[in-house]
Design a protein around this ligand. Structure first.
Ligand SMILES: NC(=O)c1ccc[n+]([C@@H]2O[C@H](COP(=O)([O-])OP(=O)(O)OC[C@H]3O[C@@H](n4cnc5c(N)ncnc54)[C@H](O)[C@@H]3O)[C@@H](O)[C@H]2O)c1
Ligand SMILES: O=C[C@H](O)CS(=O)(=O)O
Length: 484
């Protein structure tokens, strides 16, 4: 049973047009650590999603008519309420997703940082005045909200992935229909409760929990009242949404799959690199889009680095995320465990060696021991596919050229990491690696102040930073003639 300071944050109805709405259909939300049902949630399906879109469409002109300062004030109250209720939001998040409470609290504050950042940006949505091309012409450029935004988000960061999208939308005057993952809807519903308390007007922020992701996604993509789709999730689903948006030429922001290379050169600080690899690989039990998926180590330091990383794996404690001292929670499902096992089996069959972990834990069906593999080669599944679990594969390389070529031998390009104390080498590799983001001598790069996003099949657009409003704005050009 979830013990909350404010039990009213545990919401199981949809939030549409400022009202909590039941539905005839429901679905259950399970605790991935224990398998117990923690909530039964209204499933509003396509009909409820359509109603939410209608509400968002009706509310949008009014919301856009508020000044940036007025929207900023509401967003600031929203931020303050999230921070004030962070412990409850973290408890809800851990219950439905499994990550350890300290990590869940960190996610809540990370998500809140986007609400804070874009509350500030709301006052600075500037246009332009451009010198006329003819004597009687005056040219203006306006930045206007795109309109209704449909949002589809994953289970691994059930608070922050919504906040990272909702924040710029609210700031510029868009309205928002959020369809959270069926695995983790409670975090989104708790955010809706706090948004209402903050004074976000009815219809501006709607949450439509639903089990049938494909049907609701198709409605969001096809409905002409929706101007933009913002999606975070797998590349597979991102491609489906792209296709479905074509008929109405919707704007798209896509934060998709990753396969991050993590490169350790022989001149690196090996302790710093091992610390960085531990966080970049095992944060959220390896279930983040920017997790180090392939760890490339230059031959001269390969054994020393493997030893240091193995020592650090021994400090990880697997367990239920509510228990003090637990660093690594369960995976989201048995299917996720099966994917880790498939990558492990393939690697071992092709010659890799298990030097730590390598098996399910007796803690439960979704627990897998943090695992370290050596003698991994580029042809193994673990180097080509996103594992999304606590499996660290070490690949040996000889030269910088070889390392960069192996990094770029992927259709993904979200994040990459480079450890070296040679400034020239760091610049060469950071400029040549085909990713949207590069961590240099650090394994933790996520922040609201920087543009988050990928290249190649890892996505379109950027979230956060001074660039983060761009994807929620249209640029309108006014040409004033006859000014003699
Ligand atoms: N780039 C990023 O910022 C980022 C962040 C988090 C996760 N991810 C990626 O997400 C994946 C893991 O998350 P996941 O398993 O939830 O991904 P997923 O693509 O399976 O699901 C993401 C969301 O899409 C919904 N969905 C599934 N099929 C759909 C369809 N046909 N139409 C519409 N919606 C549909 C799901 O219910 C969920 O809400 C990984 O690939 C990870 O790299 C990327
Ligand atoms: O899983 C993907 C998230 O975007 C990772 S982070 O929350 O930005 O670190």
């Amino acid at each position: 049973m979830l013990m909350l300071k404010d039990p009213s944050l545990l919401r199981t109805q949809a939030y549409i047009n400022g009202a909590w709405v039941d539905a005839a259909a429901t679905f259950t939300v399970d605790n991935p650590a224990t398998g117990e049902v923690i909530a039964t949630v209204a499933d509003v399906g396509v009909a409820g999603t359509r109603a939410a879109i209608d509400a968002a469409h009706a509310a949008q002109p009014g919301w856009a008519a508020w000044t940036g300062k007025e929207r900023a004030a509401v967003a600031r109250r929203f931020y303050d309420l999230i921070v004030a209720n962070a412990d409850d939001l973290a408890a809800i998040l851990t219950a439905e997703m499994g990550k350890p409470l300290p990590e869940a609290k960190g996610e809540i504050l990370y998500g809140a940082s986007f609400i804070e950042w874009f509350a500030e940006e709301a006052k600075r949505i500037y246009g332009d005045v451009i010198p006329g091309h003819q004597r009687d012409k005056r040219i203006l450029v306006l930045k206007q909200p795109v309109g209704v935004v449909g949002s589809i988000t994953p289970w691994n960061f059930p608070n922050a992935m919504i906040a990272r999208k909702l924040a710029p939308a609210l700031a510029v005057g868009c309205t928002f229909v959020a369809r959270p993952s069926e695995l983790t809807p409670l975090s989104a519903l708790a955010l809706a409760a706090l948004a209402a308390r903050a004074g976000v007007p009815a219809g501006v922020f709607n949450v439509v929990p639903s089990y049938d992701a494909a049907a609701v996604g198709a409605e969001l993509c096809a409905n002409p009242k929706v101007a933009k789709i913002t999606f975070t999730g797998s590349t597979r689903v991102g491609k489906i949404l792209m296709r479905q948006c074509a008929d109405t030429v919707k704007k798209l922001s896509l934060e998709l799959g990753g396969n991050a290379p993590f490169v350790v050169f022989d001149d690196a600080d090996l302790d710093a690199a091992a610390d960085g690899a531990l966080i970049a690989k095992f944060r959220n039990a390896g279930q983040t889009c920017i997790c180090a998926n392939r760890i490339y180590v230059q031959a001269g330091v390969y054994d020393a680095f493997a030893k240091k990383l193995r020592e650090r794996l021994a400090t990880l404690r697997l367990g239920n995320g509510t228990e003090p001292g637990v660093t690594t929670g369960p995976l989201i499902s048995e299917a996720a465990v099966a994917k880790v096992e498939r990558h492990l089996r393939d690697a071992v069959e092709k010659g890799a060696a298990v030097v730590a972990g390598g098996r399910r834990s007796n803690l439960g069906r979704t627990f897998f021991e943090p695992t370290l593999l050596t003698e991994v080669t580029q042809d193994m599944l673990v180097a080509r596919e996103e594992t999304f679990g606590p499996l660290a594969p070490l690949v040996r390389f000889a030269t910088e050229e070889e390392a960069v070529a192996m990094c770029n031998a992927s259709e993904f390009g979200l994040a990459g990491y480079v450890y070296s104390r040679d400034l020239a080498r760091v610049w060469r590799v950071a400029e040549r690696i085909e990713t949207g983001m590069v961590g240099i001598n650090t394994g933790l790069i996520s922040t609201e102040v920087a543009p988050f996003g990928g290249v190649k099949q890892s996505g379109l657009g950027r979230e956060g930073s001074k660039y983060g409003c761009d994807d929620y704005l249209e640029t309108k050009y006014l040409c004033l003639g006859g000014i003699a």
